[in-house]
Write a protein that binds this ligand. Structure first.
Ligand code: HEM
Length: 176
């Protein structure tokens, strides 16, 4: 009469031994990968101090993400936004890098990823649909990003912002 195999005999049978070793290997890999990702994630960089300032087109162009501080600004409908938080979109090599440091209004309104090359684009030739599209983008940017200031027309005098000046004031000035 054949005897039932003991637990030890069961465990050390060739097929089960391979399975047990495989499971141990998987557990090792899982623990190791968890440890590695925890170690490799760098701490988020401290947020940059806010800038409140009106800029000319030439001044805006410096904020294209290539400077040491990595700030990225862009303008929509004459309002400059700090889009540094969206660096994966607008930073160097990003899909919308062409908007970085530029007036993005025309590109956004006409669905072309290209910043304006003009000294100051007055946008007067945009169609009503394009104007509406630019306004939608502006609203989206207002929701998501901080306002830096106004994009200055040639000869326009910049606003002097005090520390506690609200964003609404900038917006009022812009629409005048
Ligand atoms: C095949 C066409 C396109 C596809 C599939 C596409 C897809 C996307 C996706 C997936 C995002 C990320 C959304 C998020 O994670 O919040 C995005 C963001 C964005 N797209 Fe497009 N896109 C297209 C065309 C365009 C065009 C033509 C423009 C403008 C000219 C544009 C402007 C933008 C901008 C500005 C953002 C970033 C918005 C932000 O800062 O949150 N996209 N797009």
């Amino acid at each position: 009469m054949s005897q039932e195999p003991t637990f030890w005999e069961e465990l050390t049978s060739p097929v089960n031994l391979i399975l047990v070793l495989f499971i141990v290997y998987l557990i090792y890999k899982i623990i190791r990968s968890k440890f590695e990702t925890e170690v490799e994630v760098p701490p988020p960089p401290p947020p940059l101090p806010k800038i409140r300032k009106d800029l000319t087109v030439a001044e805006l162009s410096k904020y294209d993400g290539t400077q040491p501080d990595g700030r990225v600004f862009l303008a929509v409908n004459g309002i400059i936004f700090d889009v540094t938080r969206g660096k994966r979109f607008y930073g160097p090599g990003g899909p919308y890098a062409a908007f970085a440091g530029r007036d993005a209004t025309r590109g956004l309104a006409t669905a072309q990823v290209a910043g304006s090359d003009q000294e100051y684009d007055d946008l007067s030739d945009l169609t009503p649909d394009e104007v509406a599209s630019a306004k939608e983008w502006e609203d989206q940017f207002r929701e998501k990003y901080d306002i830096v200031g106004k994009l200055l027309r040639p000869g326009e005098v910049p606003t002097v912002y005090s520390d506690d000046e609200s964003e609404e004031k900038t917006e009022d000035k812009k629409t005048q």
